[in-house]
Design a protein around this ligand. Sequence first.
Ligand SMILES: Cc1ncc(COP(=O)(O)O)c(C=O)c1O
Length: 407
Amino acid sequence: MTSSFPIDRIRADFPILSRTIHGKPLVYLDNGATSQKPRAVIDAVSRFFSEENSNIHRGVHYLSMQATDAYDRARERIAEAIGVAAAREVVFVRGATEAVNLVAHGLAERFQPGDEILLTVMEHHANLVPWQILAQKRGVILRHAPLTPEGEIDMEAFAALCGPKTRLAAFTHVSNALGTVNPVVKMTRLAKQCGALVLIDGAQAVPHFPLRIAELGCDFYLFSGHKVFGPDGIGVLWGKWDELKSLPPYQSGGDMIERVHLTHSTFREPPERFEAGTPHISGAIGLAAAFDYLEGVGWEAMHAFEQELLAYATERVGNLGGIRIIGQAREKVGVLSFTLATAHPHDIGTILDTEGVAIRAGHHCAQPLMEFLGLPGTARASFAFYNTREEVDRLVQALEKVKRYFD
Ligand SMILES: Cc1ncc(COP(=O)(O)O)c(C=O)c1O
């Protein structure tokens, strides 16, 4: 194990990790669903409400100017952390789901019947359903790149599915159900060769490794704050300036307008054009604090620690008889999906819970993927940099109990 990684100090930064569940120390392995929050984020949000709370952009009074300044600085801080050139390209949204909906809504009018959108079978519902609705409205054909038995995108099939009719390719950077890290630069290049726009769902990537989004070559990239150790109800849609600028408003009302007349209005440029009404001010501040915290820990060290933990967990869980690991891609984040021949994933999850071990069980909002794999669902342990080998051992002990129960 990376002996220099200060795991005890890091765990102490996350208050919830010291609580017990059913009388046992919590083992939180549901980070793919949402991550826990460090004290630095909790304090930043609490400080905002205790000392700076006010609405932004409207007030001439001191607190309003201070809150406006904090909100604007949060956008700049996040732009810098995710490697994009300009804060004006960072739109605050509710989360990944809203970001996909915003882009799908904005692009809808550009599609003609017979145009194609290229997706993959491993997408989360958030990056499937908005395109289905668009496709139904506009007569667009959806194509889906299949996977190899290891759970990687079949790149030959992906390339073959890119064609002159492909107007958009939308795919996940990392699979929430399998942990696969997709070759997004290559996928983007292929889609661009066909003249398509490219949207990348980074919800499961941003929490795991450092990113320079502008270098990926895509047009849109999005993620949720709550999965990256920040607050819920806040997320980011990044778009290339010209692409963002070409999108119409998503919602309308206060703050997104330039000038309002009784019968018509003109709209501001991005990002304000897409942030109608009072935004999630404390959320943006909390998310910026999360990136500050993560950079303080060190992305490279976190990533290396998590990779070692994944290797350890894969070996230990894989050695339990009757377990099948689902998703064996060459490059993965800390996600271990598995099935047990004798028990349904929900039963596994329920018994693990009695041992204080929190995992997720089911289709992971990726029903088409489960259909593709011919599975009703999987049990999924998903790791963060604050998890430990001892917690993996607790997972294994709890799985042994499940096996004894059902064998
Ligand atoms: C890959 C992926 N995309 C999108 C989402 C949707 O995120 P949210 O529910 O925060 O909008 C998730 C959530 O699990 C996800 O894993």
